[in-house]
Design a protein around this ligand. Structure first.
Ligand code: GLY
Length: 300
């Protein structure tokens, strides 16, 4: 029997995984848990990069992207959601109720309506006020600089909640959810809803999810690469290190670029790594939840 495990990006996920972990020790499924973790972050208005509370594009319009995954044939994702607060649940419906992988934009919102999910405003007053201040003071579309949220953690505006869970039956699942880059060009989609970029789960090889600048992650199919390297025998730490090194070789990195991955093997070995300092992740195993520094920081 496998020891249940939850790994999640950023310190804001600590209370979320603490609340969800007990379900894994009973009969809870990894898929339900990763969906609920994303829903909790999507509901928390204080998180300005996921769900309600997320910052809008440069025209003041908020859009959400999300994905869930169990295996190569079992994944679902959505992007450009504008009327539903829980894109992760729409992604799960895509996986479970269609033969497709991804739905986009207003038609994905219509699909959510057809499954009874409530249509709501997704731009919070606080996010709108931040956009109005940005609009008055800064017309160059620069995303907000990363800022220190305490614990030495720096996060900016593309800080996906990515969660990996293994349940007592050994099933592994992953989810991710984001409002994307603040002040993005309308229509921009990052790594999160693209299978293999922001999230990849392979029951034989392991799971990985990414956070940070989606363009960099997408450029190397980051989460797929981490999982593929684990499948070839690399530890989670080594797989993340090699993936971050590849990314750093491919991109003319700017000082504000940040990318991080968390990864786990089917046996429950795990690690995290980031391009630069400032990333934290959370783990819950054996009923104890902790905020951890990444095992690798490529440019420390
Ligand atoms: N990693 C989230 C995004 O870039 O949209």
């Amino acid at each position: 029997m496998t020891s249940p495990l939850i790994l999640s990006t950023w310190s804001f996920s600590l209370p979320i995984i603490e609340a969800e972990y007990p379900k894994l020790s009973t009969s809870g499924s990894a898929l339900d848990v990763v969906e609920q973790c994303a829903i909790a972050a999507e509901s928390d208005e204080s998180i300005d990069s996921v769900g309600y509370g997320g910052l809008p594009d440069r025209e003041g319009r908020c859009t959400f992207d999300a994905a869930v995954m169990l295996s190569s044939p079992k994944s679902g994702s959505v992007c450009g959601i504008e009327r539903h607060r829980h894109p992760v649940s729409i992604a799960r419906l895509v996986m479970e109720r269609t033969e497709h992988k991804m739905l986009v934009g207003s038609l994905a919102d219509d699909f959510a309506d057809s499954h009874g999910l409530p249509s709501e405003s997704i731009l919070s007053e606080r996010a709108k006020a931040k956009w109005e201040r940005w609009k008055q003071s800064n017309q160059d579309a620069t995303p907000p600089a990363p800022f220190d949220h305490g614990h030495g953690e720096l996060f900016g505006s593309h800080d996906t909640i990515g969660t990996i869970a293994i349940d007592a039956g050994g099933t592994m699942a992953g989810s991710c959810s984001t409002s994307g880059m603040a002040w993005k060009v309308p229509g921009r989609v990052g790594d999160s809803p693209i299978i293999g970029h922001g999230l990849y789960v392979d029951p034989q090889r392991g799971a990985a999810t990414g956070t940070g600048h989606g363009e960099l992650i997408s450029g190397i199919c980051g989460s797929f690469l981490v999982v593929e390297l684990m499948g070839q025998g690399a530890s989670p730490e080594e797989a993340i290190h090699r993936t971050l090194s590849r990314l750093a070789q491919c991109w003319p990195l700017k000082k504000e670029h940040q990318v991080a991955f968390i990864a786990a093997t089917p046996e429950g070995n795990y690690a995290a790594g980031s391009l630069r300092p400032g990333f934290k992740y959370c783990v819950c195993v054996d009923k104890s939840a902790r905020i951890l520094d990444p095992d690798i920081v490529l440019h420390a």
